[in-house]
Design a binder for this molecule. Structure first.
Ligand code: FAD
Length: 592
């Protein structure tokens, strides 16, 4: 029996080894081979549409223009292509801080992040074809209609009701076979969530198991969905590894973007600059941090701020970079008293788990570990709860991508040293945070990072809302449905919060004081990588996303969201890009 098992194990290991090598080679080849790249020897560099940034919005928009327009389209992207790691769902966090991550850090936070080094949050952003859609956790969200309906009431924005947006959301959603939904029977945790939905049916909450942009166990992002099918089209060219450094405007009386200045570094890190003319439209899809950065670096923004940095003012547009918003997450570790259902280092590396993934794309490598969500949309405290089914969290890996101080990390995950720990992380957040931050400049050049201040928890409403979220998370975890897991919530013991708790009774009753929960969130809360609002509809762009005062520039990315999306924003951003494409194509038809 022993020999037989050993033999089987060896064969399994060889198969897995060969398969991994093959996967590596295929992905590596794919990585280096970006087709249709623009040759810069050409003297006349002019395109009808110039798109900056190949992320969620840029890839989607490019695909529709390349497919439906006969005009020339250039897609410029600062990064190259993503490696094979980006396709393997569970390993996606290993990309953070690597070459495909801009690895921004926030400015020190005044109202939060006290358990983080220098009170600064890590702000990962994808760099390369696919942008943040290739770095993200792949969770799909269908959208929440009232979000859009509120834009008119709260921000006087017309034409963006749910009726206007919904058809684009449907079009942006991947096909059924390109989505992976966590099955009810995935684990005892997913089962408990389903049962809790029945038990708490009297609450006005929605329970759903996670749906991922994953096909056959591999990430299926906007790249596979939109960009790759058109990548060889004759009217399209790509310019990877190229940073757009400045937008040049034509006349001061009726300013238009005439060209962009692009910098490309050679293998000796020496930069060459090129000017590319814009014949029709310049489309900024550089994301919520870098679209405003590029505008500011081009002299488009608030006069006072531009003068402070020493930049000539080309066009006064005071709200560029203002209104930045993001969700803010409070994680809590829950250990469980049974063996088997959750992810830890030991279960992860079991040969059967590896075999299942390589054989059929299933098992824990085939998704990111988030099994489900609970959302309550009722005002004034709409909240979200996310269930991440991991029991043992690797200290070095998580500290590096979260910037936690060691003491805060260990208070949060007291069982961090046990590689076979069973448990899950319950993450509470406010779906409509009211804190607003900003993107500004310290340096004139795009080669230096922008100053990003998410200003988390600056608005007291967010504290109350997050407390409500945590208390609702406790209700779910302490429901009878969860009792078979024998859960134990680990209220972090932080020295700085010791006056407020956790006290002995908090572990029994799970009703810690509001003061303790506030102290906790101001120490261990983490941004959720959903930035938006920094070139918002109304303030910076009109209802067709055209920059106020510069008619041939549109901002088409997360920057335009006037309020947060009540869930994961990626599909909404792809839908916005589809809508922008429809206006651009329509105006082409009208004008030609
Ligand atoms: C770690 C992480 C996890 C996330 N998880 C989820 C999730 O599970 N579900 C979900 O719905 N959302 C998730 N998100 C959020 C979602 O991915 C983003 O909101 C979305 O991708 C933003 O799209 P975008 O087009 O606005 O920007 P991006 O996708 O970031 O694209 C911007 C692109 O522009 C390029 N660029 C920037 N400046 C320049 C320049 N000057 N010149 C040339 N190119 C430039 C960048 O390299 C990048 O490729 C996550 C995000 C992160 C970072």
């Amino acid at each position: 029996m022993g020999m037989h098992f050993q033999k089987l194990f060896c064969v399994g290991a060889i198969v897995i080894g060969c398969f991994s090598a093959l996967l590596f080679i295929v992905c590596k080849l794919h990585e280096e081979n970006i087709p249709n790249v623009l040759k810069l020897e050409r003297i006349e560099l002019a395109f009808d549409y110039v798109i900056v940034g190949a992320g969620t919005a840029g890839s989607t928009l490019t695909s529709l223009l390349a497919k439906h327009s006969n005009k020339s389209v250039l897609l410029i992207e600062a990064g190259g292509s993503f490696g094979y790691l980006s396709r393997i769902p569970l390993l996606t966090t290993f990309q953070q801080k690597g070459i495909n991550d801009w690895s921004f850090l926030s400015v020190p936070q005044k109202h939060s992040s006290k358990g983080l080094l220098e009170q600064r949050q890590c702000l990962p952003r994808g760099k390369g074809l696919g942008g943040s859609a290739n770095l993200n956790y792949m969770l799909h969200f269908d959208g929440h209609g009232p979000d859009f309906d509120s834009w008119h009431k709260l921000h006087n924005i017309s034409d963006w009701s749910w009726t206007d947006v919904k058809p684009f959301m449907i079009a942006a959603k991947s096909k059924k076979e390109e989505l992976f939904e966590i099955p009810r029977t995935y684990s005892l945790l997913s089962e408990a969530l389903d049962e809790a939905a029945m038990e708490l049916i009297h609450e006005p909450w929605q329970f759903r198991r996670s749906v991922y942009n994953i096909k056959n166990g591999l990430r299926h992002s906007v790249l596979q969905q939109f960009l790759f099918p058109v990548i060889n089209n004759a009217n399209l060219r790509l310019l990877p590894q190229a940073l757009v450094k400045r937008i040049k405007l034509s006349s001061a009386s009726n300013p238009k973007a005439s060209s962009v200045l692009v910098g490309i570094k050679d293998e000796h890190n020496k930069e060459r600059e090129f000017t590319i003319k814009v014949r029709r439209e310049l489309l900024l899809c550089a994301g919520a941090y870098q679209s405003p950065q590029l505008l500011l670096a081009s002299g488009i923004g608030d006069t006072k701020m531009l003068k402070q940095v020493g930049l000539p003012v080309e066009h006064h547009l005071p709200l560029v970079g203002q209104g930045l918003h993001d969700h803010f997450n409070v994680p809590l570790f829950v250990s469980i008293g049974i063996i088997g259902p959750t992810l830890n280092q030991r279960s992860l590396l079991s040969p059967i788990n590896l075999f299942n993934y390589l054989n059929s794309g299933t098992g824990s490598f085939g998704n990111f570990g988030v099994l489900g969500h609970v959302a309550g949309y009722e005002e004034p405290t709409p909240f979200g709860i996310t269930f991440f089914g991991a029991g043992a969290i690797d200290e070095t890996a998580l500290m590096s991508i979260s910037n936690f101080k060691r003491s805060a990390f260990r208070a949060l995950f007291p069982r961090y040293h046990n590689a076979s720990q069973e448990g899950f992380v319950v993450i509470s957040s406010c779906l409509q945070p009211r804190s607003r931050g900003s993107v500004s400049l310290l340096h004139k050049t795009m080669r230096r990072n922008p100053l990003i201040d998410p200003n988390y928890l600056s608005n007291d409403h967010d504290v109350a809302c997050t407390i409500a979220a945590i208390r609702n998370a406790v209700k779910v975890v302490t429901s009878s449905a969860f009792s078979k897991l024998r859960p134990h919530i680990h209220w972090p013991k932080l020295q700085e919060c010791a006056n407020f708790g956790p006290f002995k009774r908090d572990f029994l009753e799970h009703q810690p004081s509001d003061n303790y929960l506030e102290c906790l969130m101001r120490h261990i809360g983490l941004g959720s990588h959903h930035p938006g609002g920094s070139c918002a509809l109304g303030g910076v762009v009109d209802s067709q996303l055209r920059l106020h005062g510069i008619s041939n520039v549109r901002v088409v990315d997360a920057s335009v969201l006037p309020r947060p999306i009540s869930g994961n924003p990626n599909t909404v951003i792809a839908a916005i890009a589809m809508r922008a494409a429809s206006w651009i194509l329509k105006s082409e038809l009208q004008n030609d």
